[in-house]
Design a protein around this ligand. Structure first.
Ligand SMILES: [Zn+2]
Ligand SMILES: [Zn+2]
Length: 393
């Protein structure tokens, strides 16, 4: 943070930035069900005298400032996670089972305060800005719903969007630094179910049963060989079995055992290979153990591919705010539905460093937190980006 050039109007608004983030943090809402959050966002934008569209992609909000020239879209997401927050604070989530553990409260606060500053200078614009606040990033494809909305398709509705930008809090990155890869900023992210169905019975008579727990155990080990023995070592990928459920008591062999998990990859051919090998292992083990194994894939998001020109612009803007910034280039292994926008428009997505301690819990942890000063950097970035791209000299 040393030597950071926080935009002076953002610095003045720092108390408001914190207040907004904490207000939103206390009242987390999930997926598309965001009555309080979207109303808060819409009324804040309306108070700035900004054109506002609500109910876009079910519950998204879009603010528009119009000008002659190109249009850039700045995106924040609004939904929280079905997790109970474990951190004590005077702005702790008021709803057990829901918390902003992915920093979307900060994303909204940064974009709202940036909208306030930008709206003060709208007579200097030589182009348009869309402020996109989307629902259901956490698995609900909210960006796709807003992109494909019949009444107000966020990219195609006038003014038509030319470029898209998004920020995500990155608390594995130090405050003042940023993570921006050369290409991929998120992965193909797929979930899967595997159901092993055998023949249950008394625990003392395994020879009369076909034990699905044994097959599930073999399956978990066999699946781990896909990445270690099939995927070319130059590619990054993940296969994690994340839940296993089967059986009810000590002395009964269960009829079935269910596994769930996720696979992550960047390249289509790697994703195809992972899926093919999971299928083959399931089918092969099914034959070997004479047991039913059913694999079901649930595709989630494709990867964000950043545009080279937009990467350059993003880096240049970020370095104006944080001249001493370290740029991490590792592609994050996250899933992100911002890919629905970069699939059809050039754009850039990066992770904003927001950590000042070594023991920071990762995104989606009940202990997730970040240094709130990072929001001044993110909000300054938005203002500087608009200034560089769309302000008349
Ligand atoms: Zn998330
Ligand atoms: Zn997120």
């Amino acid at each position: 943070m040393d030597g950071a050039n926080i935009h002076p109007e953002i610095a003045d608004l720092y108390p408001e930035l914190i207040q907004i983030r904490r207000e939103l943090h206390q009242h987390p809402e999930l997926m598309f069900d965001l009555p309080r959050t979207s109303a808060f966002v819409a009324s804040y934008l309306q108070a700035l005298n900004i054109e506002v569209h609500t109910g876009v992609g079910k519950s998204g909000v879009v603010g528009v400032i119009r000008g002659e020239g190109p249009c850039i879209l700045l995106r924040a997401d609004m939904d929280a996670l079905p997790i109970t927050e474990l951190i004590e604070s005077d702005y702790k989530s008021t709803t057990p089972g829901k918390t902003h553990a992915c920093g979307h409260d900060a994303h909204m606060a940064m974009l709202l305060v940036a909208a306030k500053v930008i709206s003060r200078h709208r007579d200097r614009l030589k182009g348009s800005i869309k402020f996109m606040f989307q629902p259901a990033e956490e698995g609900g494809h909210g960006a796709r719903f807003m992109r494909d909305d019949e009444n107000y398709p966020v990219l195609d509705a006038e003014p038509r969007v030319d470029e898209v930008y998004g920020i995500h809090m990155g608390n594995q990155v130090n405050l003042g630094d940023f993570n921006l890869s050369e290409k991929f900023m998120s992965t193909y992210s797929d979930f899967f179910d595997i159901e092993v169905k055998g023949k249950g019975g008394h625990g003392s008579s395994p020879h009369l049963c076909n034990d699905p727990i044994i097959s599930a155990a073999e399956l978990i080990v066999a699946l781990q060989t896909i990445i270690s023995r099939n995927v070319n070592t130059k590619f990054k990928s993940v296969l994690s079995v994340t839940t296993i459920h089967g059986g009810e008591t000590y002395n009964a062999i269960s009829d079935s055992c269910k596994l769930t998990g996720t696979i992550r990859s960047y390249e289509t051919e790697v994703r195809d290979l992972l899926i093919k090998r999971i299928n083959e292992i399931c089918n092969g083990l099914s034959v070997a153990n004479n047991i039913s194994i059913v694999f079901t894939l649930h595709p989630l998001y494709g990867p964000i591919v950043n545009d080279p020109t937009c990467i350059q612009k993003t880096e240049a803007v970020f370095r104006k705010i944080c001249p001493n910034a370290n740029r991490e280039m590792d592609s994050p292994m996250i899933g992100e539905d911002f890919a629905y926008l970069t699939d059809v428009r050039p754009g850039c997505f990066y992770m904003l460093g927001c950590s000042t301690t070594e023991k920071t819990a990762p995104l989606h942890s009940p202990n997730f937190t970040f240094d709130e000063r990072s929001m001044m950097i993110g909000a300054s970035f938005w203002v500087q980006l608009v200034q560089d791209e769309l302000f008349k000299n």
